[in-house]
Design a protein around this ligand. Structure first.
Ligand code: ASP
Ligand code: MG
Length: 401
């Protein structure tokens, strides 16, 4: 007998039929002789709708009251699912985040879990009940309800799996696993049987939105095996774990991120401290800089070029302009029509020629590379946005066909 944590996202519990479907999945897990803790998100677009409701009252709501409001979405789901479980003959009990023992720090709307007190969950399990827990929420030291940030239910599920040493944490969603590329974009994209935590983290930060990043970090830290699978089809999903047999796959995925922009600061004096000044300004404004390129000095000047998230480009330009006298540069330019295309795979650590193969595919498609960055398991190129979809396809063909 195993202990399985099963998390169901908002689309999996969106309406009555979906909830009954989830109840049957959970009942089958029990019938197979397992204990189950189930974590659910708010139904469908409930969280967005609640945020909109707050916006009808004020544009500057108290964060404490936002958490009070948003936590209700998950509370609806746990009650309905627990009722559905009794309809299918499966004994269960619903628990809010605080009843389930989630203690967080004070940070309303983006709280971090400090400690999970598993006593209540364990005692309910020992009474042979399925425990249905509200994801995304906990309680802080003032006994106030907190939420964990958007998409936080994945993290709730992984935290429970870690604390209870569960055998598996299944994340049920509306896609049947993690794919080598966005299937809407690449026709021959295929589902991966396995992917490592590190690869998943790279893909997630590149916009493959199947799992919340923090949940993968937590799963890695506590060695919780995850399975991403669909609640709508009964097929095995993708296992996310520490090391994967490389399956002979050099590259696990190709991802595209259109939400980037390039900032170029031209003719910066070629003296010590120039880059320090630029990037400390970005750090002060909490702007994440990704790829950085600095030209070699010429005539006493150099160009400093870097990418930032598209959402931050105006703030970045403003702070640079305000401080331009501090680094005495020439023009400061922004280009928003760029995209970052990346390949991810732990296999590239032990194989040469991966970058060359990627660049060859782009060359054959006549796509110009503007910037390049690499890590141990990732290679990213910055290209014109209009070329991005084509780039993903030709790179996918080069490695994954
Ligand atoms: N309901 C919350 C959200 O939509 C938490 C979650 O779905 O994980 O962000
Ligand atoms: Mg949601």
């Amino acid at each position: 007998m195993a202990l399985i944590v099963q998390k169901f996202g908002g689309s999996s519990v969106a309406d009555r039929d979906r909830i009954m479907n989830v109840a049957r999945i959970v009942a089958n897990t029990r019938a197979a002789g397992n204990d189950a803790v189930v974590v659910v998100s708010a139904q469908g677009d409930t969280t967005d709708d609640l945020i909109a409701k707050a916006g009808e009252i004020t544009h500057n709501p108290s964060q404490r009251e936002m958490d009070m409001l948003l936590s209700t979405g998950e509370q609806i789901s746990i009650a309905l699912l627990s009722m559905a479980l009794s309809v299918v003959g499966c004994p269960s009990i619903s628990l809010t985040g605080w009843q389930a023992g989630f203690h967080t720090n004070r940070a309303y709307t983006r709280a971090r879990i400090k400690h999970l007190d598993t006593e209540r969950i364990e005692s309910e399990l020992s009474r042979n009940r399925v425990v249905v827990v509200a994801g995304f929420q906990g309680i802080n030291r003032y006994d106030d309800i907190t939420t964990l940030g958007r998409g936080g239910s994945d993290t709730s599920a992984v935290a429970i799996a870690a604390a209870l040493h569960a055998d598996l944490c299944q994340i049920y969603t509306d896609v049947d696993g993690v794919y080598t590329a966005d299937p809407r974009l690449v026709r021959c994209a295929r589902k991966l049987n396995e992917i490592s935590f590190d690869e998943m983290l790279e893909l997630a930060s590149l916009g493959a939105q199947v799992l919340n990043n923090r949940s993968v970090e937590l799963a890695k830290k506590y060695s919780v095996n995850l399975e991403v699978r669909s609640s709508l089809t009964n097929v095995p999903g993708t296992i996310v774990k520490e090391v994967t047999d490389v399956e002979g796959m050099l590259i696990k995925g190709v991802a595209k991120d259109k939400d980037v922009a390039v900032i170029s600061i031209l003719e910066v004096p070629d003296v010590p401290g120039a880059s320090f000044k630029v990037f400390s300004l970005m750090a002060q404004r909490r702007i994440n800089v990704d790829i950085i390129l600095q030209s070699s000095g010429k005539d006493g000047c150099k160009d400093v070029i870097f990418t930032v998230p598209l959402a931050d480009v105006d703030a970045a330009l403003a702070v640079l302009e305000e401080n331009r006298s501090r680094f005495g540069c020439g023009e400061i330019l922004a280009d928003r029509s760029v995209a970052k295309v990346s390949i991810v795979g732990a296999g590239m650590q032990s194989h040469s020629g991966v970058a060359a193969r990627m660049f060859e595919a782009l060359f054959e498609a006549n796509i110009n590379i503007r910037m390049i960055s690499t890590s141990e398991i990732k290679i990213s190129v910055l290209i014109a946005e209009e070329d991005a979809d084509r780039a993903v396809n030709v790179i996918h063909d080069a490695f994954l066909n």
